[in-house]
Design a protein around this ligand. Structure first.
Ligand code: 5GP
Ligand code: MG
Length: 165
């Protein structure tokens, strides 16, 4: 187990991502944060708090369950996501780790059932590479090149990112 980020680094990184979100989006009022369950949602809540602290706005923040939209998981679970409307919104998908990109693709499918956003952006704490789809993040905490066998462990409660070889 190798430590990648400690508490202070995680906190500083998420603050920097918040500033990048503010810089990139002229219309902060239209932002909706969608945290992919389970680990993306706590990250989205931290971004929401930072946006309140740094820009004085409270953006709508929802958890989103994408299991039913994955094309590579044999599951018939169809948890209904909260009835939010994303018409004309700037939707920021938030997740802890970006890997093949299939989860994010599924999230975009799920979003389709909630109206037509003005644009969709992607915020990721750890990009570990190995993409299988043409997907990239707009806001990246840290790039960590991994082997496919390695696993990045993101613990937002203990505020620690480690890598398990
Ligand atoms: P993808 O769909 O891009 O292949 O994988 C991303 C999803 O799987 C994310 O929701 C993420 O939580 C999870 N994931 C993939 N690889 C890792 C990893 O190394 N560590 C953690 N914590 N989650 C991962
Ligand atoms: Mg996940």
């Amino acid at each position: 187990m190798k430590e990648i980020m400690n508490q202070e680094q995680i906190s500083r990184t998420i603050k920097r991502m918040t500033h990048e979100i503010i810089e990139k989006n002229s219309n902060l009022e239209s932002i909706v944060l969608l945290g992919i369950l389970k680990k993306g949602y706590p990250l989205a809540k931290i971004l929401q708090k930072n946006l309140k602290d740094f820009a004085g706005i409270t953006v709508d923040t929802y958890p989103i369950d994408i299991k039913a939209y994955r094309d590579d998981l044999d599951t018939h679970i169809n948890k209904v996501n909260q009835g939010f409307n994303l018409d004309k919104k700037t939707v920021i998908i938030v997740d802890d780790v970006l890997f093949t990109g299939r989860t994010v693709r599924a999230a975009m499918d799920a979003i389709n059932n909630h109206g037509r956003p003005e644009k969709i952006e992607l915020a990721i704490l750890i990009d570990r590479g190995h993409r299988e789809l043409p997907i990239r993040a707009d806001f990246i905490g840290k790039n960590i090149p991994t082997s496919s066998k390695e696993k990045v462990i993101v613990d937002l409660e203990k505020q620690l990112v480690t890598i398990d070889e």
